[in-house]
Design a protein. Structure first.
Length: 190
């Protein structure tokens, strides 16, 4: 385990070191959820066009439950493991580019978990309507990389968040699918 954590820190220093001061502002924008609002609105528009308002409302309800669940489990993990963020870890914060700092714990990344969970959930619904729906996965990749760039998460935090997010997104999709089969009056073609 110690060897894995050492490799994780080395990979962090490498990936974080790819940044430069001239791009710091860009990555600070990327890491804020609010700045992604036009992207979310675009996806919601495309989704609502295909499923109708009633089903769209149900999807939003499941998405809200998904994000709440993912966020709470992420916090449980963070306070259980209490892994320091790179910006607070003396092994790396002297040699890395620390652009932003936070006092909270690092393992695993809530940005990675929430973005991957919501993307997986939406992808599983929207994939039957749009050929290039797999491009939605660019969102969690770019969004979560910003956390490494800024010095807020190690790669293992991001990867663990991705895995948890994928599983959570799949689980909530199965719950959604079960709900739609149980209440067919709300259903579209699943």
């Amino acid at each position: 385990m110690e060897q894995l954590l050492h490799l994780d820190k080395e990979l962090f220093v490498f990936l974080n070191g790819l940044g430069s001061e001239s791009f710091d502002g860009f990555w600070k924008i990327i890491t804020k959820q609010l700045h992604w609002a036009p992207f979310f609105l675009g996806v919601f528009y495309l989704l609502q066009k295909k499923v109708g308002w009633r089903n769209f409302g149900i999807i939003i309800l499941f998405l809200a439950l998904l994000i709440t669940f993912t966020d709470q489990i992420t916090n449980l993990f963070k306070y259980s493991f209490q892994r320091l963020r790179p910006c607070n870890d003396s092994d790396v914060n002297q040699i890395a580019r620390i652009v932003e700092s936070r006092k909270s714990f690092s393992f695993f990344s809530g940005h990675a978990a929430n973005s991957m969970a919501s993307t997986m959930f939406i992808f599983l619904i929207i994939r039957r309507y749009y050929n290039y729906s797999f491009l939605l996965f660019l969102f969690p990749l770019i969004f979560a990389y910003s956390r490494i760039y800024l010095g807020l998460h190690f790669p293992l935090d991001i990867l663990s968040g991705y895995v948890f997010g994928m599983l959570t997104g799949l689980f909530f999709y199965k719950l959604y699918e079960g709900f739609m089969k149980k209440y067919p009056k709300y259903s579209i073609d699943l």
